[in-house]
Design a protein around this ligand. Structure first.
Ligand SMILES: [Zn+2]
Length: 453
């Protein structure tokens, strides 16, 4: 398998080398001017005509005029500049299974479990690389990727390399080989992989609790994983699904909630359970598109208002249908107004905050990203309202405009860690046509292997 992975690396060599070379000679300073800046800081006000100055990986000035000369000047031409979106929970490895989940003809879990067993490290690389690029093209600059299909060290390496090569900021939560919760997570490999991490792509623990909540042997195994992560300062994500109520209670009673933990899919949580979570400082990840799709229930954001640390997640582009954070926000907004029979209920700005600053805070990256402020890493997007779907805007509420009207096509620029990744809506230095071709081929071959008797 290892040699297969090397072969894959060669097939991507031209893309990666070109990318690194170009980034290396790229300017160290960027000035964004003529921008409508929405900083998304706590109580921060919009700057209707402003500038942002970026030096290396950080924002070093922001205001109406920053009086600085830069190597690269980007004229936002009145477009909206926002922090990049933060995807607080994903499974990018599922990205070779688009179209396979066919509702009555084939549900997500049985199909994805079957295909997952047949995935090679090469498949994993392509799934996660193409998935991360899709997120970036949707203005998502940070992802929290729950990688729970690791069959050996090569799979872990492939996933980490895919995230690093894509340019996205990420926490890769290192998990087990499947969803059965029978097999342990390979903590030795996790430790080894930690040496390959960078300040942009780090590791966490993709933790699961025993499917049989009475199985104390399994709890003992899970306890070792949890304690290792706490000791090593690794963030932890855990799913609450299936018997969600009992699972949430088990987490509370066994004292596994802590500031290091993000609980995912708590759509059914009771107010008492949410209060218990809040007291421990743990966080929530809500994934409206996927939670609605697999029938977990309605993601009614208001229900979770008692929890300070929370954000939105895509939960895998394939299950959600796409890596589109605007779709996710819009669904959350419409669920809220429909549920309450009240169009005034959703606050568009609060929803944008959930997708940016609050999401970053939920996954422990609030000091680094999620808002536009001096000292923060330069992770941002420019949204151009020069398309038919955003035409006719003459003022009003820009947050409402973005939440209800903006689409991926409006994203013209994406900068991550101070590096210009997308310009004029296109990736610099990455041939997406080639990536799409290779990903299609890998998906086809995966299906053939899985269907072999
Ligand atoms: Zn998940």
């Amino acid at each position: 398998m290892k040699s297969g992975f090397k072969k894959l690396s060669f097939s991507f060599l031209s893309i990666t080398c070109l990318s690194l070379f170009s980034l290396h000679i790229q300017a160290h300073t960027i000035l964004i001017k003529n921008a409508y800046i929405m900083p998304m800081t706590q109580n921060g006000k919009d700057i209707p005509v402003g500038e942002i100055f970026i030096e290396n990986d950080k924002i070093t000035a922001i205001g109406t005029q920053v009086n600085a000369k830069a190597d690269t000047i980007i004229d936002a031409n009145g477009g909206f500049v926002l922090p990049g979106f933060v995807d607080t929970h994903s499974h990018l490895w599922v990205n070779l299974m688009r179209g396979q989940f066919r509702n009555a003809e084939g549900k997500f879990f049985p199909i994805s479990n079957e295909l997952a067993k047949n995935m090679t490290p090469q498949d994993t690389y392509l799934a996660m690389y193409s998935g991360a690029l899709e997120l970036i093209s949707n203005g998502i600059t940070t992802t929290a990727d729950f990688f729970d299909n690791i069959h050996g060290p090569a799979w872990g390496e492939a996933g980490l390399k895919a995230l690093q090569d894509s340019g996205i900021r990420a926490i890769m939560y290192y998990g087990g080989p499947d969803k059965t919760t029978i097999k342990p997570i390979d903590l030795n490999n996790l430790q080894k992989l930690k040496q390959q991490t960078t300040s942009r792509v780090n590791l966490g623990l993709a933790w699961r609790i025993p499917r049989n909540l009475q199985d104390e042997t399994n709890w003992a195994m899970r306890d070792v994983e949890y304690k290792m992560a706490i000791k090593q300062n690794l963030p932890i994500q855990v799913h609450i699904s299936g018997d969600a109520n009992a699972m949430f209670n088990a987490l509370i009673q066994r004292k596994y909630l802590s500031p290091a933990v993000t609980v995912v899919h708590a759509t059914d949580a009771t107010p008492q359970q949410l209060d218990a979570l809040e007291q421990t400082g743990a966080a929530l990840s809500l994934t409206p598109l996927s939670e609605h799709r697999v029938g977990y229930g309605l993601t009614h954001i208001e229900h979770f208002s008692r929890v300070s640390r929370q954000g939105l997640g895509i939960d895998g582009n394939t299950l959600a249908g796409s890596g589109d954070m605007f779709d996710n926000i819009r669904l959350a907004a419409l669920t809220m107004s429909g549920y309450n029979k009240d169009e005034t209920k959703p606050d568009p700005r609060q929803l944008l905050e959930l997708a940016t600053r609050r999401g970053a805070e939920a996954i422990g990256l609030g000091k680094i990203t999620g808002s536009l402020a001096v000292g923060k890493r330069a992770d941002l997007q420019i949204i151009q309202p020069n398309t038919l779907n955003m035409s006719g805007y003459a003022g009003g509420d820009p947050a409402a405009l973005l939440v209800y009207s903006a689409k991926k096509d409006n994203i013209s620029v994406v900068i991550i860690d101070g590096k210009l990744i997308v310009k004029d809506g296109k990736f610099l230095n990455i041939s997406t046509d080639e990536v799409i071709k290779q990903t299609h081929t890998a998906a086809k071959q995966l299906l053939q292997r899985a269907q072999q008797p």
